[in-house]
Design a protein around this ligand. Structure first.
Ligand code: NDP
Length: 254
Protein backbone atom coordinates (compact mmCIF):
# COMPACT_ATOMS: atom_id res chain seq x y z
CA UNK A 1 0.00 0.00 0.00
CA UNK A 2 2.64 2.55 0.98
CA UNK A 3 4.36 2.04 -2.43
CA UNK A 4 1.29 3.65 -4.03
CA UNK A 5 2.33 6.94 -2.45
CA UNK A 6 6.08 6.48 -2.82
CA UNK A 7 7.78 9.26 -4.80
CA UNK A 8 11.33 7.88 -4.65
CA UNK A 9 13.19 8.50 -7.91
CA UNK A 10 10.75 11.24 -8.98
CA UNK A 11 11.66 14.90 -9.47
CA UNK A 12 9.10 17.62 -8.72
CA UNK A 13 9.19 21.29 -9.70
CA UNK A 14 7.18 23.57 -7.42
CA UNK A 15 6.67 27.16 -8.56
CA UNK A 16 6.51 29.63 -5.70
CA UNK A 17 8.14 27.06 -3.43
CA UNK A 18 10.06 29.52 -1.26
CA UNK A 19 7.28 30.02 1.29
CA UNK A 20 3.64 29.37 2.19
CA UNK A 21 1.69 26.69 0.40
CA UNK A 22 4.43 25.89 -2.15
CA UNK A 23 6.93 25.33 0.63
CA UNK A 24 4.49 23.06 2.47
CA UNK A 25 3.94 21.02 -0.69
CA UNK A 26 7.72 20.76 -1.20
CA UNK A 27 7.94 19.41 2.36
CA UNK A 28 5.20 16.84 1.64
CA UNK A 29 6.81 15.63 -1.59
CA UNK A 30 10.31 15.32 -0.11
CA UNK A 31 8.73 13.44 2.80
CA UNK A 32 7.35 10.93 0.27
CA UNK A 33 10.83 10.53 -1.27
CA UNK A 34 10.82 12.97 -4.20
CA UNK A 35 13.69 15.21 -5.20
CA UNK A 36 12.28 18.73 -5.40
CA UNK A 37 13.21 21.87 -7.28
CA UNK A 38 11.72 25.00 -5.77
CA UNK A 39 11.17 28.09 -7.90
CA UNK A 40 10.57 31.75 -7.05
CA UNK A 41 11.98 35.11 -8.07
CA UNK A 42 14.27 35.68 -5.09
CA UNK A 43 17.40 33.51 -5.16
CA UNK A 44 18.13 34.38 -1.51
CA UNK A 45 14.66 33.33 -0.33
CA UNK A 46 14.99 30.10 -2.32
CA UNK A 47 18.39 29.30 -0.82
CA UNK A 48 17.02 29.73 2.70
CA UNK A 49 13.89 27.71 1.95
CA UNK A 50 15.95 24.90 0.38
CA UNK A 51 18.14 24.76 3.47
CA UNK A 52 15.06 24.35 5.69
CA UNK A 53 13.76 21.55 3.46
CA UNK A 54 17.03 19.58 3.50
CA UNK A 55 16.15 17.28 6.40
CA UNK A 56 16.46 13.49 6.53
CA UNK A 57 18.55 13.45 3.36
CA UNK A 58 15.98 15.32 1.24
CA UNK A 59 17.35 16.40 -2.15
CA UNK A 60 16.37 20.00 -2.81
CA UNK A 61 17.47 22.25 -5.67
CA UNK A 62 16.48 25.80 -6.57
CA UNK A 63 15.60 27.52 -9.83
CA UNK A 64 15.06 31.29 -9.75
CA UNK A 65 12.98 32.69 -12.58
CA UNK A 66 9.85 34.78 -13.08
CA UNK A 67 6.97 32.51 -14.09
CA UNK A 68 5.22 35.47 -15.77
CA UNK A 69 8.01 35.79 -18.35
CA UNK A 70 7.47 33.21 -21.10
CA UNK A 71 11.07 33.33 -22.37
CA UNK A 72 12.47 33.07 -18.82
CA UNK A 73 10.21 30.05 -18.21
CA UNK A 74 11.42 28.28 -21.37
CA UNK A 75 15.05 28.91 -20.39
CA UNK A 76 14.40 28.00 -16.74
CA UNK A 77 12.81 24.64 -17.56
CA UNK A 78 15.60 23.80 -20.06
CA UNK A 79 18.16 24.64 -17.37
CA UNK A 80 16.46 22.37 -14.78
CA UNK A 81 16.25 19.49 -17.26
CA UNK A 82 19.93 19.75 -18.20
CA UNK A 83 21.20 20.41 -14.66
CA UNK A 84 18.96 18.04 -12.70
CA UNK A 85 17.01 15.82 -15.11
CA UNK A 86 13.46 15.17 -16.27
CA UNK A 87 10.59 16.75 -14.34
CA UNK A 88 8.07 14.05 -13.33
CA UNK A 89 5.78 16.25 -11.21
CA UNK A 90 4.91 19.92 -11.72
CA UNK A 91 3.10 21.95 -9.08
CA UNK A 92 1.85 25.29 -10.47
CA UNK A 93 1.59 27.16 -7.18
CA UNK A 94 3.03 30.68 -7.64
CA UNK A 95 0.27 33.21 -7.17
CA UNK A 96 -0.56 36.66 -5.85
CA UNK A 97 -3.53 38.53 -4.43
CA UNK A 98 -4.63 42.15 -5.01
CA UNK A 99 -7.68 43.48 -3.13
CA UNK A 100 -9.87 46.43 -4.22
CA UNK A 101 -13.47 47.04 -5.26
CA UNK A 102 -13.84 46.07 -8.92
CA UNK A 103 -14.97 49.57 -9.97
CA UNK A 104 -11.68 50.94 -8.59
CA UNK A 105 -9.40 48.12 -9.75
CA UNK A 106 -6.31 49.33 -11.65
CA UNK A 107 -5.22 47.91 -15.01
CA UNK A 108 -1.74 47.11 -13.66
CA UNK A 109 -3.16 45.07 -10.79
CA UNK A 110 -5.51 43.20 -13.11
CA UNK A 111 -2.64 42.30 -15.47
CA UNK A 112 -0.29 41.34 -12.63
CA UNK A 113 -2.93 38.96 -11.26
CA UNK A 114 -3.65 37.35 -14.61
CA UNK A 115 0.05 37.11 -15.46
CA UNK A 116 0.95 35.46 -12.17
CA UNK A 117 -2.11 33.34 -11.44
CA UNK A 118 -3.09 32.23 -14.95
CA UNK A 119 -0.64 33.02 -17.77
CA UNK A 120 2.26 31.55 -15.80
CA UNK A 121 0.44 28.22 -15.48
CA UNK A 122 0.16 28.05 -19.25
CA UNK A 123 3.83 28.99 -19.82
CA UNK A 124 5.25 26.58 -17.24
CA UNK A 125 2.92 23.68 -18.08
CA UNK A 126 3.54 24.00 -21.82
CA UNK A 127 7.31 23.94 -21.27
CA UNK A 128 7.28 21.04 -18.80
CA UNK A 129 4.70 19.04 -20.76
CA UNK A 130 7.07 18.70 -23.73
CA UNK A 131 9.25 16.26 -21.81
CA UNK A 132 6.35 14.59 -20.01
CA UNK A 133 4.52 13.91 -23.30
CA UNK A 134 7.70 12.54 -24.89
CA UNK A 135 8.09 10.16 -21.93
CA UNK A 136 4.34 9.33 -21.85
CA UNK A 137 4.11 10.09 -18.13
CA UNK A 138 3.72 13.07 -15.78
CA UNK A 139 1.71 14.66 -13.00
CA UNK A 140 0.61 18.29 -13.04
CA UNK A 141 -1.01 19.81 -9.95
CA UNK A 142 -2.47 23.30 -10.30
CA UNK A 143 -3.19 25.31 -7.17
CA UNK A 144 -6.72 26.65 -7.47
CA UNK A 145 -8.75 28.11 -4.58
CA UNK A 146 -12.19 28.18 -3.00
CA UNK A 147 -12.40 31.26 -5.25
CA UNK A 148 -12.44 28.84 -8.20
CA UNK A 149 -16.02 28.26 -7.07
CA UNK A 150 -17.10 31.16 -4.85
CA UNK A 151 -16.69 34.93 -5.04
CA UNK A 152 -16.11 37.38 -2.20
CA UNK A 153 -16.15 41.19 -2.27
CA UNK A 154 -12.99 43.03 -3.42
CA UNK A 155 -11.27 40.07 -5.07
CA UNK A 156 -13.18 39.66 -8.34
CA UNK A 157 -10.02 39.51 -10.53
CA UNK A 158 -8.46 36.85 -8.27
CA UNK A 159 -11.75 34.93 -8.45
CA UNK A 160 -11.67 35.15 -12.25
CA UNK A 161 -8.08 33.89 -12.36
CA UNK A 162 -8.78 30.94 -10.06
CA UNK A 163 -11.99 30.02 -11.91
CA UNK A 164 -9.86 29.90 -15.04
CA UNK A 165 -7.36 27.61 -13.31
CA UNK A 166 -10.11 25.10 -12.61
CA UNK A 167 -11.10 25.07 -16.27
CA UNK A 168 -7.50 25.12 -17.54
CA UNK A 169 -7.03 21.97 -15.45
CA UNK A 170 -9.92 20.38 -17.36
CA UNK A 171 -8.47 21.62 -20.66
CA UNK A 172 -5.04 20.15 -19.92
CA UNK A 173 -6.80 16.87 -19.13
CA UNK A 174 -8.63 17.00 -22.47
CA UNK A 175 -5.39 17.52 -24.40
CA UNK A 176 -2.93 15.41 -22.44
CA UNK A 177 -4.71 12.60 -20.52
CA UNK A 178 -4.56 10.15 -23.44
CA UNK A 179 -0.81 10.75 -23.63
CA UNK A 180 -0.10 9.58 -20.08
CA UNK A 181 -0.40 12.76 -18.03
CA UNK A 182 -2.63 13.31 -15.02
CA UNK A 183 -3.58 16.93 -14.42
CA UNK A 184 -5.54 17.85 -11.31
CA UNK A 185 -5.96 20.83 -9.01
CA UNK A 186 -5.92 21.41 -5.28
CA UNK A 187 -8.27 24.18 -4.11
CA UNK A 188 -7.17 25.29 -0.65
CA UNK A 189 -9.47 27.10 1.75
CA UNK A 190 -7.97 29.83 3.92
CA UNK A 191 -4.40 29.33 5.16
CA UNK A 192 -2.20 31.64 7.21
CA UNK A 193 0.49 32.64 4.68
CA UNK A 194 2.05 35.99 3.70
CA UNK A 195 -0.54 36.22 0.87
CA UNK A 196 -3.30 36.38 3.51
CA UNK A 197 -1.49 38.66 6.00
CA UNK A 198 -4.22 41.34 5.83
CA UNK A 199 -6.94 38.78 6.59
CA UNK A 200 -5.04 36.97 9.34
CA UNK A 201 -4.47 40.29 11.12
CA UNK A 202 -8.15 41.30 10.87
CA UNK A 203 -10.06 39.98 13.94
CA UNK A 204 -13.42 40.54 12.23
CA UNK A 205 -12.37 38.40 9.25
CA UNK A 206 -10.86 35.77 11.54
CA UNK A 207 -14.12 35.42 13.50
CA UNK A 208 -16.19 35.37 10.29
CA UNK A 209 -13.96 32.73 8.68
CA UNK A 210 -14.00 30.38 11.66
CA UNK A 211 -17.80 30.62 11.73
CA UNK A 212 -18.12 30.22 7.93
CA UNK A 213 -15.80 27.19 7.74
CA UNK A 214 -17.59 23.97 8.76
CA UNK A 215 -14.33 22.71 10.35
CA UNK A 216 -14.31 25.89 12.44
CA UNK A 217 -10.71 26.98 11.82
CA UNK A 218 -8.06 28.22 9.38
CA UNK A 219 -6.22 25.60 7.36
CA UNK A 220 -2.88 24.40 8.68
CA UNK A 221 -0.23 24.02 5.97
CA UNK A 222 0.19 20.33 6.82
CA UNK A 223 -3.50 19.87 5.91
CA UNK A 224 -2.35 20.09 2.26
CA UNK A 225 0.24 17.32 2.48
CA UNK A 226 -2.12 14.38 1.84
CA UNK A 227 -3.77 15.78 -1.29
CA UNK A 228 -0.39 16.82 -2.72
CA UNK A 229 1.21 13.39 -2.24
CA UNK A 230 -1.91 11.64 -3.55
CA UNK A 231 -2.03 13.71 -6.75
CA UNK A 232 1.74 13.42 -7.29
CA UNK A 233 1.81 9.65 -6.85
CA UNK A 234 0.66 6.47 -8.60
CA UNK A 235 -2.28 6.39 -6.18
CA UNK A 236 -4.02 8.92 -8.47
CA UNK A 237 -3.17 7.37 -11.86
CA UNK A 238 -6.84 7.31 -13.01
CA UNK A 239 -7.81 10.64 -11.43
CA UNK A 240 -7.80 13.34 -14.10
CA UNK A 241 -9.13 16.86 -14.55
CA UNK A 242 -10.37 17.04 -10.95
CA UNK A 243 -10.21 19.79 -8.38
CA UNK A 244 -9.87 18.60 -4.78
CA UNK A 245 -11.04 21.17 -2.25
CA UNK A 246 -8.98 21.15 0.94
CA UNK A 247 -11.07 23.78 2.64
CA UNK A 248 -12.60 22.41 5.83
CA UNK A 249 -15.92 22.13 3.97
CA UNK A 250 -16.40 25.76 2.88
CA UNK A 251 -17.67 25.13 -0.65
CA UNK A 252 -19.98 22.31 0.43
CA UNK A 253 -21.97 24.20 3.03
CA UNK A 254 -23.75 27.55 2.80
P1 NDP B 1 2.75 33.36 -0.67
O1 NDP B 1 2.66 34.82 -0.97
O2 NDP B 1 3.02 32.92 0.72
O3 NDP B 1 3.87 32.68 -1.61
C1 NDP B 1 3.86 32.93 -3.00
C2 NDP B 1 5.04 32.25 -3.64
O4 NDP B 1 4.99 32.50 -5.06
C3 NDP B 1 6.39 32.77 -3.16
O5 NDP B 1 7.30 31.70 -3.15
C4 NDP B 1 6.77 33.79 -4.23
O6 NDP B 1 8.17 33.98 -4.26
C5 NDP B 1 6.24 33.07 -5.48
N1 NDP B 1 5.97 33.95 -6.62
C6 NDP B 1 5.12 35.02 -6.68
N2 NDP B 1 5.18 35.59 -7.89
C7 NDP B 1 6.09 34.86 -8.63
C8 NDP B 1 6.58 34.96 -9.95
N3 NDP B 1 6.16 35.92 -10.79
N4 NDP B 1 7.49 34.04 -10.37
C9 NDP B 1 7.92 33.06 -9.54
N5 NDP B 1 7.48 32.92 -8.26
C10 NDP B 1 6.58 33.82 -7.83
O7 NDP B 1 1.39 32.73 -1.20
P2 NDP B 1 0.57 31.42 -0.72
O8 NDP B 1 1.50 30.34 -0.31
O9 NDP B 1 -0.49 31.85 0.19
O10 NDP B 1 -0.15 31.02 -2.08
C11 NDP B 1 0.37 30.05 -2.96
C12 NDP B 1 -0.72 29.68 -3.96
O11 NDP B 1 -1.85 29.18 -3.26
C13 NDP B 1 -1.24 30.85 -4.80
O12 NDP B 1 -1.53 30.39 -6.11
C14 NDP B 1 -2.51 31.25 -4.08
O13 NDP B 1 -3.41 31.92 -4.93
C15 NDP B 1 -3.01 29.90 -3.64
N6 NDP B 1 -3.95 29.90 -2.55
C16 NDP B 1 -3.61 30.40 -1.31
C17 NDP B 1 -4.50 30.33 -0.26
C18 NDP B 1 -4.15 30.77 1.11
O14 NDP B 1 -5.04 30.69 1.99
N7 NDP B 1 -2.96 31.25 1.40
C19 NDP B 1 -5.85 29.78 -0.46
C20 NDP B 1 -6.11 29.31 -1.79
C21 NDP B 1 -5.18 29.36 -2.78
P3 NDP B 1 8.86 35.38 -4.78
O15 NDP B 1 7.96 36.49 -4.29
O16 NDP B 1 10.22 35.38 -4.18
O17 NDP B 1 8.88 35.28 -6.27
Amino acid sequence: MSRLFDLSGRTALITGGSRGIGHAIAQALTGAGARVVINGRSADALAQAAQALRVDGAQVDTAAFDVCDSAAVTAGIADIESRIGPIDILVNNAGIQRRAPLDQFADDDWHALMDTNLNSVFYVSRAVAQGMLARGRGKIINIASVQSELARPNIAPYTASKGAIRNLTRGMCADWAARGLQINAIAPGYFDTPLNKALVEDPVFDAWLCKRTPAGRWGRLEDLHGAAVFLASSASDFVNGQTIFVDGGIVSVI
